[in-house]
Write a protein of this length. Structure first.
Length: 318
């Protein structure tokens, strides 16, 4: 692919934050800053049958893979498009039966290894940052993280070594898992249900702020980055890596543990919203089982109504 970069954006070196993304023009609130197809993605096991394994579209009339009967597709094109990845799991899922249990990260890493083997050029997901350039922070791994990493590597060997010839060596796999942990994304639908995991290299170029100027949403397996604050030429583009409902100390701990940096954004310095956040957390302290049951019942009904309305809207506008 000829690299034309991303219109209105530039990769730059952000003081104390490594590489980052900078705006070259103005973006209004709500404007699409850029979109990025996934480099690699995997549908979560719980959503099998409800969403297409390739494009993540939710529909009732998916058809299943005739061999394993566990992967579902919109049509033959989606099935063909996914085969180079699904073949890693198709036979293995049948062979392992109930013992098939690789984690989602392991499933994603297996796909990334295959993707790297068939990719010879910069992909449309890597206009400003290549997957191979991802930060791994190997020097900051403690013994606990090392152990988790070893467990993932063992699972990859156990479930996939028959289907991926010559798996990378121990050191390369350690780096690969560390890169995915530090740069990977989880995909949610509009109801915030977890749909799967993926890597979007250009989206991973954005550094974190607890007062971000963009948010990332998903259309199938395409990430859309939209402005939530006005962005001016020269501004750094900041995304949030974490749930911002938590007070400063909790956020800092989480960022240091998962992403190895101490956040010094305006929100972490001023702590201006901590009091409100503490109140919200207090309100969300454990509820009675009956209360939870009634909330789940209510939420399920609302979701069902929402889906029905969306379905009719789609039919009307076809
Ligand atoms: C998804 S990557 C972002 C791109 C990264 N700067 C790079 O050069 O590859 C996440 C890493 O960026 C750095 N980072 C992100 N936000 C930061 C911030 N607010 N302050 C310091 N470092 C940050 C940390 O090293 C973190 O592990
Ligand atoms: Zn599909
Ligand atoms: Zn199959
Ligand atoms: Zn912060």
């Amino acid at each position: 692919m000829k690299n034309e970069g991303i219109e209105g954006m530039e990769r730059f070196v952000s003081p104390d934050k490594g590489r980052g993304l900078q705006a070259l023009r103005h973006f209004a609130v709500g404007e699409l800053v850029f979109a990025c197809p996934s480099y690699s993605s995997v549908l979560t096991e719980n959503e099998r049958g409800a969403h297409c394994d390739l494009c993540f579209t939710r529909r009732e009339d998916l058809f299943k893979c005739g061999k394993c009967k566990q992967a579902f597709y919109c049509n033959v094109d989606c099935q063909r498009g996914d085969w180079s990845m699904h073949k890693l799991e198709c036979v293995a899922m049948c062979a392992y039966g109930e013992n098939w249990c690789p984690s989602e990260t392991v499933r994603l890493v297996a796909r990334i290894i295959m993707k790297q083997r068939v990719t010879t050029e910069r992909t449309p997901s890597e206009r400003l940052l290549l997957f191979s350039e991802f930060e791994a922070h190997l020097d900051k791994m403690d013994s606990e993280k090392d152990e988790l990493n070893q467990t993932d590597i063992a699972a990859l060997h156990h479930f996939y070594s028959k289907h991926i010839s010559n798996l990378p060596d121990e050191q390369a796999l350690t780096e690969l898992f560390a890169q995915v942990n530090c740069n990977g994304f989880t995909i949610e639908d509009e109801e915030l249900s977890h749909l799967g995991s993926a890597v979007f290299p250009d989206v991973a170029l954005m550094n974190h702020s607890c007062s971000p100027n963009v948010i990332v949403t998903y259309k199938g397996t395409v990430a859309e980055v939209r402005a939530v604050q006005e962005i001016n030429p020269g501004d750094e583009i900041f995304n949030s890596y974490i749930d911002l409902l938590y007070p400063t100390e909790d956020r800092k701990e989480r960022l240091l543990d998962s992403y190895f940096f101490t956040c010094q954004c305006t929100e972490c310095t001023s702590k201006s919203k901590d009091k409100e956040k503490m109140e919200i957390l207090k309100l969300s302290s454990p509820s009675e089982p009956e209360e939870i049951q009634s909330m789940v019942y209510y939420a399920k009904n609302v979701i069902e109504e929402f889906r029905r309305a969306k379905h009719y809207k789609n039919i009307l506008f076809l």
